[in-house]
Ligand binder design. Sequence first.
Ligand code: IMP
Length: 183
Amino acid sequence: MKLNVITSNPGKVEEYQRCLEGLGIEMVHLRVPYDEIQSSELEEVVRKGMDELKGMGISDFIIDDSGLFIDDLKGFPGVWSAYVQKTIGNKGVLRLMADAGNRDAEFKCCIGCNIKGRDIIVTGSCKGIILKKEAGNGGFGYDPIFSHDGKRSFAEIPMDEKNAVSHRGKAISLLIEEMKSKL
Ligand code: IMP
């Protein structure tokens, strides 16, 4: 069967294709703008997005929303991670953290999948710390300032290692488990 991956990021379509082709599912990239409501919960953003897309008559699709939640900043940038990355970027986040005593942070990824008339919503997370300075040339977004092992940033480790521990990798594994048990 085919699943529409609704995103403006073609890299995500490939990632889902790689992970889900073992289930015989073919991914189709669909660009449909939908509202990402203001909420402090990723799952609420995803649920509302799914309702809006279903209201447009779209079915059999995947959407997702991710964010970096920093303890010392009371969960900021969280659901505003994309905006903060585009505006103040990693250097701005490090400035906000200059006097932070607690550098704990968590990446979260919520995936919403409408398939065969059912909704599956799963969230994966990855705990770590915000490093004191940027490190590494790989990855994207907040990867140079986030470390899951307290030593190397996500931008310094191989992609396979990141996928095995990352919020998105874990959310995709949960999605596969749900699909296998419910469909
Ligand atoms: P999105 O919801 O997947 O578009 O992610 C929101 C923002 O969080 C993006 O603009 C990225 O900057 C950031 N982000 C999400 N996942 C990752 C990741 O795995 N590494 C680094 N940054 C990420």
